[in-house]
Design a binder for this molecule. Sequence first.
Ligand SMILES: NC(=O)c1ccc[n+]([C@@H]2O[C@H](COP(=O)([O-])OP(=O)(O)OC[C@H]3O[C@@H](n4cnc5c(N)ncnc54)[C@H](OP(=O)(O)O)[C@@H]3O)[C@@H](O)[C@H]2O)c1
Length: 251
Amino acid sequence: MQVGFIGAGNMARGIARGWGRPVLATDPFPGRAEALVEELGGEAPASNFAVAERADLVLLCHKPAQLAEVAAEIASTAMPVASILGGVSLADLKAAYPDRPVYRLLPSTPVEVRQGVVILAADEPQDPRIDDAVRALFGELGLLVEVDDRLVDVAMGLMSNAPAYVALLAEAQVDAGVRHGLPPDKAAEMVVQTFAGTAALLRARGNDTLAVRREVTSPGGSTARGLAALERAGVRAAFQDALDAVLGVRS
Ligand SMILES: NC(=O)c1ccc[n+]([C@@H]2O[C@H](COP(=O)([O-])OP(=O)(O)OC[C@H]3O[C@@H](n4cnc5c(N)ncnc54)[C@H](OP(=O)(O)O)[C@@H]3O)[C@@H](O)[C@H]2O)c1
């Protein structure tokens, strides 16, 4: 399935690198689509229309505000259409691109190394052949998770900010060790490896966070005391507040 990228910015580049195949891409910024073609092979036609005409699947990678402008150029020929535009709902996409299969996806940046999460907004079956091809294509980039369209922004709020949160947690843990005398580089090595190992363990336990926590928390022991201190400091409330802040909700 030949994908036609409309916009060859950061996210398009990450997705294209994740797939690692020749691209068909366009971008108004001089040289941007051409640089992607130089890296991966393929072609950078002169217009959005030319890409849409030749692509089996058009992938909208421009900014959300350009939805109407781009649709005016390509809606007569683009079909089917997949979008990664943040904050643009399935209903908005179907209004801009009526009468054809339309898919709303939101990828995280690690798609570039095929370790991403790609959220797919759930929808009625459209064309089973294309539905399957789109799932397979984006599944190559990591974990494909289907959620209700109205929860896509919430899912994005969990996923896209998580690398920053995890980095902050690691930093806080390293600093705690340094305060008690550990060299920072050794502390960082241990903490990051522990985070990576814990992620692997959680996966092996079916993502059962409570089970993993219970396994390492002996009654009355040091882990129980550490967890109680984190609870007293309001760690859960902090995560609730953080997601509210991301979604622009008042808590
Ligand atoms: N970054 C993320 O983590 C992330 C995650 C999920 C989804 N998204 C979504 O992905 C989309 C792209 O984000 P990004 O971070 O890759 O932004 P970006 O780097 O700015 O890429 C957007 C590209 O589209 C180009 N463009 C502008 N007008 C266009 C037009 N009429 N036709 C074709 N291309 C056009 C832009 O060119 P100019 O610079 O010349 O305007 C730019 O090169 C956004 O809609 C965003 O909501 C981003």
